[in-house]
Write a protein that binds this ligand. Sequence first.
Ligand SMILES: CC(C)CCNC(=O)Cn1cc(-c2ccc3c(-c4nc5ccccc5[nH]4)n[nH]c3c2)cn1
Length: 260
Amino acid sequence: FHLGMFEIGRPLGKGKFGRVYLARERKSRFVCALKVLYKNEIRNGGVEKQVRREIEIQSNLRHPNILQLYGYFHDAKRIFLILEYAGKGELYKHLQREKRFPEWKAALYISQMALALKFCHKKHVIHRDIKPENILVGIHGELKIADFGWSVHAPSNRRKTMCGTLDYLPPEIVREQWYSGKVDLWSLGVLMYEFLVGQAPFEDSIALTHRRIVRCEYTVPQFVSPEAKDLIMKLLVVDPEKRISLEQVQEHPWIIKYCV
Ligand SMILES: CC(C)CCNC(=O)Cn1cc(-c2ccc3c(-c4nc5ccccc5[nH]4)n[nH]c3c2)cn1
């Protein structure tokens, strides 16, 4: 169907709060992803502030590994977000299909995520929800963080009704303590583990996941290289202050080995 200046194509997936369609701007023929949010759903969900914050945050973050929000417009009932089209779709589908990634690919991906997170932290934005479901893959195979639904300005202890998986939450959030940008380093460790092993390190029943996270109870399978295991162990550290920094991630031998 036509929406003024856009021709709308196939659905690309169900994002949070709404559907996303392939779209093309008439005159320029520019391809993008158009996300439709229904105002009454946002009002009923009491998430106006969160959506406004997400729009504000994502509009100001310009980085090759962050999905771009080009702009937005609205009519009486809907808000339309003009988002970057990621040519190779959702990362979690690639991970499901391939079971787990070879070390060179995981290192490339973790290095790109570290760059994106460093950029966010420089802008005092912490993401808090880094997981495969929130990451898309660009046409050249580069990762793009696509969802800032949980990001806040650091530092924060903003209480949110936890929806979705606990797997990626660090101890300080599980314990509802104050936290900093270091939460994203814990999630980066969980993401790295899942890329290499094919499942999250603390995956279990809700109660057990809770306990395993706060006690940092996980094991790394033999097939993971010693260098990779070393980086995972420096990211999955209970004390946020003792977690490796994003700069140190980029200088880690496992990253250097595959990414330079
Ligand atoms: C409130 C607001 C600021 C939210 C902004 N963030 C989002 O809307 C997060 N979001 C992004 C998407 C999304 C989903 C899919 C795509 C795609 C895409 N490319 C594909 C290629 C092959 C198969 C599927 C594909 N999906 N490109 N861009 C997308 C963007 C869904 N939700």
